[in-house]
Design a protein around this ligand. Structure first.
Ligand SMILES: *Cc1c(COP(=O)(O)O)cnc(C)c1O
Length: 376
């Protein structure tokens, strides 16, 4: 029996065909027709006008901050319950991250966000931007978030690394912020083995990001540089892989949503076990199915379940450890924090790949059920 991973890559489409075409064409540099096409296709998927393909989602968030002019002395607010990449990009610019807790939705608490902006501004801080994180494929409450950002003139950056293919009130994830970042890391819903994309309706900021991503060359026959650039461009070969993956995105979303429904059918009635809430405004991509285990009611706890799954050679993971609990960010300011802390203590991500075998999902379900109380 092979180990069951949390979210391994899944390649069953035209990957080989498109990569072979690319090799045959000799467009192997970080530019070429596959990159151009992948950018157009991701922009269309995200419902925005412009996109630039990059070496990672982290690079996309970093460049979003750079093109907005974020620099040392500025503050950028960020959801605390996220992967470190969201916050690390702030530090790359020299700016200071300020964290905000989530609410019962597991995504940012809009009231706390507004309080953080007002309090930081009152103490003289230059609050420039907010990075909203679409957690595990669910979008934030963007009507509330956008109204707050507009009212206080804070630029909204959407970390959509986990939400490609989701929708918020019918609009694709990635179209809610001034800029949005996607990730095609190996564990995401589609992959280029490593890669990312920055998207926006603002063509000028995307053109600027494109220039910065190739060492900020000026138009001259020699290498001329006025700005500090980066080597962040996606290779044309990996863009071919991404295009083949993107063709199957609707199928991948449907599969992950079906897995979540099946988990729900078999686990949701168990006392003390609950699922990540789903907003009526959002159709999530179900990137990962996550449950929380209330040890006072469930007859078990998160860690017991995780270790039991590990014994069956099944990978599962606690939810993201909130940034304000990370040693790296021990000195950062955090507004609220207890909701994310509770989720980190009790939450677990279950195997969710679109390639997950039904028999393997059964084993996950049986293992969780073996430790939980039966419904009375
Ligand atoms: C994966 C991820 C990123 C970073 O993407 P990489 O492509 O791995 O650099 C950023 N934010 C969140 C929330 C993620 O899950």
């Amino acid at each position: 029996m092979a180990r069951v991973y949390l979210s391994p890559p899944h390649a069953t489409g035209r990957e080989l065909e498109l990569i072979a075409e690319t090799l045959a064409s000799n467009w192997l540099a970080p530019l070429g027709p596959q990159v151009d096409a992948f950018e157009r296709e991701i922009a269309a998927t995200a419902g925005v006008g412009h996109a630039v393909a990059l070496s990672s989602g982290t690079a996309a968030i970093h460049l979003a901050l750079v093109v907005l002019g974020i620099e040392a002395g500025d503050e950028v607010i960020c959801s605390s319950l996220t992967f470190a990449a969201s916050a690390n990009a702030i530090v790359y610019t020299g700016a200071t991250p300020v964290f905000v807790d989530c609410d019962a939705s597991w995504t940012v608490d809009p009231a706390l966000l507004e309080r953080a902006i007002v309090e930081r501004r009152a103490s003289g801080a230059r609050v420039k931007a907010f990075i909203a994180v679409d957690l595990y494929g669910e979008c934030c409450d963007y009507d509330a978030v956008r109204a707050i950002c507009a009212k206080h003139e804070v630029v909204l950056i959407q970390d959509a690394a986990e939400s490609l293919g989701a929708t918020y009130r019918g609009a694709p994830a990635g179209s809610q912020g001034r800029l949005a970042a996607f990730s095609f890391n190996g564990n995401k819903i589609i992959t280029t083995s490593g890669g990312g994309m920055l998207v926006s309706d603002d063509g000028a900021v995307i053109e600027h990001a494109r220039k910065l991503s190739t060492q900020a060359r000026e138009p001259a026959p020699h290498y001329e540089h006025e700005e500090l650039g980066f080597n962040y461009r996606m290779s044309n070969v990996l863009a071919a892989l991404g295009r083949a993956q993107l063709e199957l995105l609707p199928e991948r979303v449907a599969k992950r949503r079906a897995l979540r429904e099946r988990y729900r059918e078999h686990l949701a009635a168990l006392p003390g076990i609950s699922f990540m809430p789903e907003s009526a405004d959002v159709v999530g991509n179900a990137w990962l199915t996550c449950i929380v285990v209330d040890p006072a009611v469930a007859g078990t706890d998160r860690e017991t379940i995780r270790l039991a799954l590990e014994t069956e050679d099944i990978e599962s993971r606690p939810l993201w450890k909130p940034m304000h609990l990370q040693p790296l960010y021990a000195h950062a300011e955090c507004h609220g924090g207890q909701v994310a802390e509770g989720l980190f203590r009790t939450g677990i991500c279950l195997p969710s790949s679109s390639s997950l075998d039904p028999a393997d999902q059964d084993l996950v379900i049986q293992t969780v059920r073996a430790f939980a109380h039966r419904p009375t």
